[in-house]
Design a protein around this ligand. Structure first.
Ligand SMILES: Nc1ncnc2c1ncn2[C@@H]1O[C@H](COP(=O)(O)OP(=O)(O)OP(=O)(O)O)[C@@H](O)[C@H]1O
Ligand SMILES: [Mg+2]
Length: 345
């Protein structure tokens, strides 16, 4: 066991829990332990905890407080069993081994409803406490940071379309750029909500033997759009898997269900648009990997078969999630580029 692992288990016992019987690593600085009472617990070492100590956005305290209030509000998150400030560790209820990413790769669509309901419950709980939580937002996820990140995502989406067309030896349809800009601006004007800033399918766990989805990682909170979170929680890149592929739980019925759960009439439209931006950003990154660009080198080892992923990305781009004229026109123009005889991906 690593030194940090030993310190983490020692901290667990020091906090008054029974001796540790077994320990297994889950991720860098995260272990599952089984104590002498047979209880399975996750110990997470907050590597950067020291840097935020004494601030309102202290990683350890924010994760404890946020998971605590979400759990009390009945949201699907693990219970917090304690923290150790000296060892920078948090102790959590273990909620299962299978991530939502694994389930999506396996084609398990039964998780869709729980993912939507779970995220909506969390977003509602956050919005009810927005006044108390706002001061605890990490500076890198404040409103100004969100606006800057969204502008960057818009630029990368344009690059994604250009790269796709270049690979197809097609000239870029001049109507695509203004359509993307319209969608980008419409999304930017929608109200953002407080929540996790690290939303992806590996930060959600499918309960063993059940369909409940638990959401993880609330050490940093900040502003973002629910639909952007939902898109990324329900999309899987299958990173690190030889057979990994781009997959998503989102389809038109899922978008309809989300619109009902969220109670907003424009939710499905927002989800539709966010998915387009997510896929175009993915396409830009995949093309950078294929072009051997230095900044994308690290991704190559995680995203096996990038060419196949790019094809899957293009196929997903053609699937509509809602009836919206801008998205429909965008897709039909893009479809012309993707399917005409200029080249194949
Ligand atoms: N309560 C839990 N129950 C089951 N598995 C968990 C639990 N907490 C974490 N894990 C597993 O450990 C992995 C890493 O945990 P987590 O996402 O919280 O930390 P991280 O990504 O290392 O954290 P951070 O980004 O905050 O440094 C998760 O993807 C999940 O597989
Ligand atoms: Mg994580």
């Amino acid at each position: 066991m690593s030194l940090v692992g030993s310190a983490a288990t020692a901290a667990y016992v020091r906090a008054g829990h029974p001796p540790v019987r077994a320990i297994a690593p889950l991720a860098e600085g995260v272990w599952r332990i089984e104590d002498a009472d047979g209880r399975k617990v996750v110990v997470k070492h907050q590597l950067f905890g020291r840097l935020t100590q004494g601030t309102a956005y202290d990683l350890l305290e924010v994760e404890r407080d946020v998971l605590g209030f979400l759990h009390r509000a009945g949201c699907p998150v693990p219970a917090v069993l304690g923290i150790d400030r000296e060892a920078h560790c948090i102790f959590l209820q273990w909620v299962g081994d299978r991530t939502l990413d694994d389930a999506i790769q396996d084609g398990d669509r039964a998780t869709t409803i729980q993912a939507i309901r779970g995220l909506c419950a969390i977003e509602r709980a956050f919005s009810q406490r927005a006044d108390q939580l706002e001061p605890r937002v990490v500076p890198s996820a404040n409103r100004a940071a969100l606006a800057a990140a969204w502008d960057e995502a818009g630029e990368r989406a344009h690059a994604g379309i250009e790269q796709l067309c270049r690979r197809l030896q097609r000239s870029l349809d001049a109507g695509l750029r203004p359509l993307l800009e319209t969608m980008h601006d419409w999304l930017a004007a929608r109200p953002a909500s407080l929540g996790s800033v690290d939303y992806n399918a590996r930060n959600a766990i499918v309960e063993p033997g059940g369909t409940r989805i638990y959401f993880l990682e609330f050490a940093k909170i900040g502003w973002d759009w629910t639909e952007r979170r939902l898109t990324q929680y329900t999309s899987s890149m299958g990173s690190g898997r030889q057979d990994g592929r781009m997959r998503s739980l989102l389809d038109a019925p899922a978008a309809h269900l989300y619109a009902e759960e969220s109670g907003r009439s424009d939710s499905a439209r927002a989800l539709n648009y966010h998915r387009i931006f997510f896929l175009l950003n993915s396409a830009a990154l995949l093309c950078a990997v294929l072009d051997g660009e230095p900044h994308a080198q690290a991704l190559r080892q995680h995203w096996k078969r990038p060419y196949a992923r790019l094809r899957q990305c293009a196929a997903m781009l053609s699937q509509d999630l809602s009836t919206d004229p801008s998205a429909a026109e965008f897709r039909s123009r893009l479809q012309l580029c993707l399917s005409s005889s200029g080249g194949t991906l």
